[in-house]
Design a binder for this molecule. Structure first.
Ligand code: CA
Length: 225
């Protein structure tokens, strides 16, 4: 999942980028309204977090122009102001949610996840499953045969991708771009190392292996015998 953050306050911007990245999102950070609008209309995002008060273009104007272009990505506004007028104006302009600064990061994360779930037209399942492996997308928890598996945020994202595209061979380049937001570098073994670690947690103790290497092609998660 890819999120655009537009925030001019250096500290808040860095904090948001770091926190959301650690939570498993791919994050682009823009420091002013023009850059933010440019990214919003040239890249593809699942959600945008917009500060209201921004240099060059404020959050409302970004939102207005995003909507004019027919983009329906959910937008969450951040503002230091708590006036009822701002709230109404933001929601009328097509904002999906509104958070007043200062806010707790956990609150922001919960709102983002709610918006992302609401956005998918067909309500997304709360769980992804393959054989006895289950991924709880709400609690961000993995279990196999009912046993809890501790995963890092990246491992969770990687496993989520494999489960969503179950049965499909995923090339390393695709995994690199979707989980790490990086271009595939043939010298890099980041993907292989991450898959090995994931397998150690998900497959090693079980007879039935779910994650397979397809030589020269990539990786696939399969639940058929
Ligand atoms: Ca600001």
């Amino acid at each position: 999942m890819k999120i655009l953050v537009v925030e001019d306050e250096q500290k808040t911007g860095d904090f948001l980028k770091q926190g959301l990245t650690e939570a498993g999102f791919i994050v682009d950070l823009a420091r002013d309204g023009i850059d933010g609008l440019h990214l919003a209309t040239t890249e593809t995002y699942d959600l945008a977090v917009l500060d209201v008060m921004l240099p060059s273009l404020d959050g409302w104007e970004i939102l207005r122009r995003i909507r004019i272009q027919g983009l329906s990505l959910p937008v969450l506004f951040l503002t230091a102001r708590d006036g009822i007028e701002d709230r109404v104006r933001g929601l009328e302009a097509g904002a999906d949610d509104y958070l007043v600064k200062p806010f707790a990061f956990a609150e922001l994360l919960a709102r983002i996840r709610t918006l992302l779930r609401r956005q998918s037209k067909v309500r997304e399942a709360d769980f992804l499953q393959a054989a006895d492996l289950q991924l709880d997308l709400i609690k961000r928890r993995a279990t196999r045969s009912g046993r809890r598996i501790d995963l890092t945020a990246k491992e969770f994202t990687l496993l989520e991708l494999l489960l969503r595209r179950k049965g499909e061979i995923l090339p390393r380049s695709l995994i690199a771009s979707m989980v790490w937001d990086m271009n595939f570098d043939s010298d890099s073994n980041v993907i292989d190392v991450a898959i090995r670690r994931l397998r150690a947690k998900v497959d090693d103790e079980f007879d039935r292996k779910l994650i397979r290497t397809v030589r020269g092609m990539g990786y696939v998660l399969e639940d058929s015998e």
